[in-house]
Write a protein that binds this ligand. Structure first.
Ligand code: BDR
Ligand code: CA
Length: 317
């Protein structure tokens, strides 16, 4: 029996797809449902990519729902510079002709899945948090029925990747992130502080390049655009492991160290919109002006072990 019942929600770009492929290959993981969201690609393209990846990962029966096509309170912006026009570096495969997204919106699918498995589901969110926020708005009981939520998003001390302080998934929909980080469910935040140093360098990439399996060839193919982007931005060969880090922490929290604090999202500042505001003060509960639940903020990862687990899982037979 699967040890982990997961609902995946993401913007199925390059690293979301690698995370999903890894999860597909774990026999102790049941993927109950997948939702797509705007971000790295349009929500429609992200759903197509998710379908292709689930097919390649041997999970063609997992329902994929198209989610929010735009953020709650700002214009949509698609990160094609990082992930290519199709979200998969220009080499997105066509999904199998008989596979379509389900007609239900992703937020509704999330609610229905959680309600059919009360207390059992872990939500792994690797894109903007619009669908999760919509689910909370539509069904305020949902947070109490979820085992935990693990998000890739935000940063504490590491510089932002879409501005001095903001990380892309939060900046793509700050209002949604504010709702999700304030809802009463156990959230683990895996952000740039730990995903940037979890870096696939030349030795790890050589392992991927040498792989002859269909999964290995696919991963190597979609990584090319990502590697070109990071080479141009950071001047070195390699790329960070963003979304797979969140997926792996969801399965094995012993990979991570964290502290707990309430987290707000800056919504008003012109320069810092989307920045996480972590309240690290030692305040008594009675001194806090607003009740926000503590979030587990990951500050260290066993990156070496995480990358080994990821590559062994992805590249094995
Ligand atoms: C996050 O933004 C997206 O580009 C990646 O898929 C990842 O989820 C990193 O900031
Ligand atoms: Ca993502």
């Amino acid at each position: 029996m699967a040890q982990h019942k997961l609902i995946l929600d993401g913007d199925y770009g390059i690293d979301d797809s690698i995370a999903a492929l890894y999860l597909c290959r774990r026999s102790d993981v049941e993927i109950l449902a997948v939702g797509s969201v705007h971000g790295n690609a349009t929500a429609a393209a992200a759903a197509r990519n998710a379908i292709s990846v689930l097919d390649l990962g041997g999970r063609p029966d997992v329902p994929v729902a198209v989610g929010a096509g735009r953020p709650m309170a700002q214009a949509v912006s698609i990160s094609s510079m990082v992930h290519g026009d199709d979200g998969l570096g220009g080499v997105a495969p066509s999904p199998p002709p008989d596979r379509e997204p389900v007609p239900t919106p992703a937020a509704v699918q999330l609610i229905e899945t959680v309600r059919s498995h009360p207390g059992e589901c872990t939500v792994v969110a690797t894109g903007p948090l619009t669908n999760l926020a919509l689910a909370v708005l539509l069904d305020p009981d949902v947070p109490s029925l979820v085992a935990k939520v693990v998000i890739m998003g935000g940063t504490v001390d590491h510089p932002g990747n879409v501005g001095p302080y903001a990380e892309a998934n939060i900046a793509h929909d700050p209002e949604a992130a504010q709702l999700v980080l304030g809802a009463d469910w156990p959230v683990t935040q895996v952000g740039l502080d730990v995903t940037m140093p979890t870096w696939l360098g030349p030795a790890e990439l050589a392992r991927v390049e040498a792989s002859t399996t269909p999964t290995g060839r696919f991963v190597w193919g979609i990584l090319q655009h990502y590697l070109a982007f990071y080479a141009a931005r950071h001047g070195r060969h390699g790329c960070p492991v963003h979304d797979p880090s969140a997926a792996l922490v969801a399965l094995d929290p012993s990979l991570a160290q964290w502290f707990e604090a309430p987290v707000d999202v800056e919504l008003r500042s012109l320069r810092n919109r989307g920045m996480l505001v972590i309240d690290r003060r030692e305040l008594a509960a009675s001194e806090r002006t607003e009740e926000r639940p503590p979030v587990k903020i990951v500050i260290a990862l066993d990156s070496r072990r995480l990358i080994d687990i990821l590559l062994d899982g992805l590249l094995g037979d």
